[in-house]
Design a protein around this ligand. Structure first.
Ligand code: GLR
Ligand code: MG
Length: 418
């Protein structure tokens, strides 16, 4: 099964004004859709970031991968590594440092996912079977709450409404639970002074007793602030995610707070694991196949985490259905992924490049798609519309900080901030 063509299509879709430590989401989120076509006419899908620097590397690598067999992902990885060159950082800075290895893993990921999609289709099995088979039929996701404005400035309010205080956050949680059935909740923090976010967690704890809660301020707090907040929230959190920057800082906080610490910022590539494990900096790693080098490499990292007693959850950025399908296959095949995964899917409010039907939430979980490969089909009309949106939207790289400064000129994304 030789790759004959690779199509790389950047797309844009509407995104609400979600607040985070870096600023606020712009009106358009970007992704890149990768399609591999083999000599036998099978096609495979992958999805990755849409930022221009990353997109150019994906395009360059696409040319270098034509002619390879879809089973030879080691050879593919070597070609990507030879083509990628320097590290590319993300402008929002919410997924940790940029390293050359991480850039290679990020560029390789959509090609690997597309190869697995093709291999599953050819063998007549779902991708989860290529990863060892399912240990769960449906993958639980958490309600991913954000402080947000009612709408983007100058535009109509969106249907999710404003959430700038504990009452607004509880209302948002109720809506997400009503519409998707989620059984755990994550609040994106690092937006307001920590005491306000403590109040929001307490309000959620009271409104949804027994529902596991996480708080993620994206390293917006100093070590002392993290310790204080952690102690005040004793008994209320399933885990505290990236309270403070870097492995040594996280290790100090971990030693002084009662709950587990999780990360998608201080451990973002395999080279970080030895130091983080030795320092006891984290208890839970948020895997993300988009920057951990695809599904098979993520499965290897998961096994390694099991060996060292780390628990697993899954990270997400704004994404579409190809990513949700890939995340679901990976999580369904990962025994020690015991925490509900993150997903931004509800915020996309039905916009997608995949045909409806294959992916759905049942009781907050996504059943593994039943078809072969990833089990999702590209909706070519939707792809064309979203590509046109990309061409017209004027956004070429996610930059939450610059967008925020339009409305709050003095805004700083300094970390730690409190
Ligand atoms: O868990 C995280 O740190 C994230 O999901 C980072 C994301 O970029 C999130 O903060 C967002 O979409 O604003
Ligand atoms: Mg996080």
């Amino acid at each position: 099964m030789i790759i004959r063509q690779i199509h790389v299509t950047p797309v844009a879709f509407k995104d609400p004004p979600l607040l985070n430590a870096a600023g606020v989401h712009e009106p358009w989120a970007l992704r890149t859709i990768v399609e591999l076509v083999t000599d036998e006419g099978l096609t495979g899908l992958g999805e990755t970031y849409g930022d221009l620097g990353h997109l150019s590397k994906v395009r360059e690598c696409a040319q270098a991968l034509v002619g390879l067999d879809v089973h030879h992902t080691n050879q593919m990885y070597a070609r990507v590594a030879a083509t990628v060159g320097d590290a590319v950082s993300d402008l929002h800075g919410l997924t940790g440092v940029a390293t050359k290895e991480k850039s290679i893993d990020r560029v390789f990921s959509p090609f690997e996912v597309a190869c697995l999609d093709i291999r599953g289709k050819a063998a007549g099995v779902p991708v989860v079977d290529l990863l060892g088979g399912r240990v769960r039929d449906a993958v639980p996701y958490s309600a991913y709450l954000f402080y947000k404005w009612a709408g983007h400035p100058g535009q109509e309010p969106d249907r999710f409404g404003e959430a700038l205080d504990p009452a607004g956050i509880v209302e948002q949680a109720a809506l997400f639970i009503k519409e998707h059935g989620f059984t755990s909740i994550k609040l994106k923090g690092g937006v307001f002074p920590p005491d306000e976010e403590i109040e929001a967690i307490r309000a959620l704890h009271e409104a949804f007793p027994g529902v596991p809660l996480r708080l993620d301020p994206n390293a917006a707090w100093s070590i002392e602030t993290s310790v204080r907040v952690g102690r005040e929230l004793e008994g209320a959190l399933e885990y505290l995610e990236d309270p403070t920057p870097d492995i040594p800082g996280m290790a100090e906080v971990a030693a002084r707070v009662p709950m587990p610490l999780a990360t998608n910022m201080c451990v973002v590539t395999p080279e970080h694991l030895p130091e983080a494990i030795a320092a006891g900096a984290i208890d839970v790693l948020l895997l993300d196949h988009h920057y951990w080098g695809g599904l098979q490499r993520s499965a290897q990292v998961a096994a390694l985490c099991g060996t060292f007693g780390l628990e697993l959850s899954m990270h997400s950025n704004s994404h579409l259905g190809i990513s949700l399908a890939a995340m679901t296959h990976l999580a369904a095949a990962t025994p020690n992924l015991t925490h509900a995964c993150d997903t931004h899917t509800p915020w996309q409010d039905g916009q997608d490049v995949v045909a409806p039907g294959a992916l759905r939430f049942e009781g907050g979980a996504v059943p593994v798609p039943s078809g072969t490969g990833l089990g999702v089909e590209l909706d070519r009309d939707a792809l064309a519309v979203m590509h046109e949106q990309y061409r017209k939207c004027g956004v070429t790289a996610r930059d939450d900080t610059t967008y925020m400064r339009r409305f709050q000129p003095g805004f700083t994304a300094r970390r730690p901030r409190w």
